[in-house]
Design a protein around this ligand. Structure first.
Ligand SMILES: [Zn+2]
Length: 430
């Protein structure tokens, strides 16, 4: 029985599906593929477009400033992704779609007996986060998801980027504090001013630590109360984490209800940020049942999500704390984030961050990924289907096999692949 309910999915682009129909069929026949997750590459009708916060044209920088998250010092968090944001017709939807081609792709996959999910976007583009409390952005996503759920015969919406910026962008942890988010905070029972004051006070606490002694403590081991004591941590810091997850949970729960209202047979799910650090991105696994029909633990981004976070946070700690060595800073970050004791690199250099493609060969990838898959099962509601997202290429084959067998043992319900070079040979030039 367990075998029958195991899902095997893959992310594929429109080009690959159209140009290599045999690849899809061979995946189905050779690795048991039953689900294809495709990006939305269709077009939106005028009535949906009319709800875009972009107002029907390419926004200026000043207009984007009003739509994106604000750091607590008042500035828009990061304008580096504005060029990409300008290629959209509204948050997270590309403007150059081809509806007939998208429908043909869905039909091709359905005719092959496969389930078809679409992975539409949401709040973030890498560092940039569209403020999640603005009503206009909420109305836009509701209209877009309604269109996707009702017009194409899809089996599920697998919405991605339903979160704040990734942890490797530390500034992103401290937004959004705009007027609309302050009002949302009040609504949800929080006090924005106190949260910001307590965040600033924790940062001051960091600067008052002695780095050499902190290094000693990190190597001996520290726990929750050490963190509270070391930073003089006040309740507003925890409130900040809770406020952001409450806001994301509230928004997504609304999206799911709307999708279920308009399309009873379409599932609504999202990928989850790696469990050890998911609260930093606004993802609370324990509340996944309030907002999604399935979870996809996104454990494939070992570079962008995990290792770059270690590196950036270690650098940040070194800037903030006097006398803290890089090696000690990394140990603090590993322990604080729950990744200690698995033999992660002692220095930033050892990551070879500039060669992200081969990172999986330099770090204990299976241990790293499995730690988050074990935690995901601890936190997710027991009946929530969970399909971890893994790389089927660029990772050692024995690492992949070990993670898959452990994922089964842990009670996950399938795998969504990103690439299959290690799983099946296929000549894309033929
Ligand atoms: Zn905001």
């Amino acid at each position: 029985m367990a075998e029958q309910s195991w899902r095997t999915g893959i992310y594929l682009t429109a080009d690959v599906i159209q140009q290599h129909p045999n690849y899809v069929l061979r995946l189905r026949d050779e690795i048991g593929l039953d689900t294809v997750v495709i990006p939305f590459t269709g077009e939106l009708p005028a009535d949906v477009l009319s709800l875009s916060p972009y107002g029907g044209r390419t926004p200026t920088d000043a207009e984007l400033d009003q739509l994106v998250s604000r750091h607590f010092d008042g500035r828009p968090i990061d304008p580096r992704e504005y060029e990409q944001a300008k290629r959209f017709c509204g948050p997270a939807v590309n403007a150059d779609g081809d509806d007939a081609a998208f429908r043909a792709i869905v039909k091709q996959l359905k005719d092959a007996g496969l389930k078809v999910w679409t992975y539409g976007g949401a709040y973030t583009i890498r560092r940039l986060t569209f403020c999640p409390s603005q009503q206009g952005t909420q109305d836009w996503f509701e209209a877009v998801y309604t269109h996707w759920a009702t017009q194409y015969g899809l089996d599920a919406l697998d919405i991605t980027h339903t979160r704040y910026s990734m942890g490797s962008f530390p500034l992103g942890l401290f937004g959004c504090t705009c007027a609309s988010c302050a009002a949302a905070a009040t609504d949800l029972g929080y006090d924005m001013e106190k949260m910001v004051a307590d965040l600033q006070s924790a940062r001051q606490g960091l600067g008052e630590l002695d780095g050499a002694r902190l290094g000693d403590v990190a190597r001996l081991g520290f726990g929750f109360f050490d963190v509270v004591q070391a930073l003089g941590l006040k309740s507003g810091v925890l409130d900040w984490v809770r406020f952001r997850t409450d806001l994301i949970t509230r928004n997504l729960s609304r999206f799911r209800s709307i999708v279920h209202e308009v399309a009873t047979d379409v599932s609504f799910g999202t990928d989850t940020y790696p469990a050890s650090m998911s609260l930093t991105a606004g993802h609370d696994h324990r509340r996944w049942g309030e907002m999604a029909d399935f979870a996809s633990p996104l454990v494939s981004h070992i570079s962008a999500f995990v290792c770059n976070t270690f590196i950036e946070w270690a650098r940040f700690l070194q800037e903030e704390i006097p006398n803290l060595t890089e090696e000690d800073a990394l140990q603090v970050v590993y322990r604080f984030n729950g990744y200690d004791g698995m033999g992660l690199p002692e220095t930033i250099d050892a990551y070879g961050a500039e060669e992200a493609g081969t990172l999986a060969y330099r770090i204990p990838t299976a241990d790293l990924v499995l730690r988050d898959l074990v935690k995901a099962k601890l936190y997710l509601p027991p009946d929530m289907p969970s399909y971890p997202i893994l790389h089927g290429e660029g990772w050692p084959r024995e690492t992949i096999d070990h993670i898959v067998s452990e994922a089964r043992r842990l009670g996950h319900n399938g795998i969504i692949w990103q690439g299959t070079d290690e799983l099946m040979e296929y000549d894309f030039t033929a």
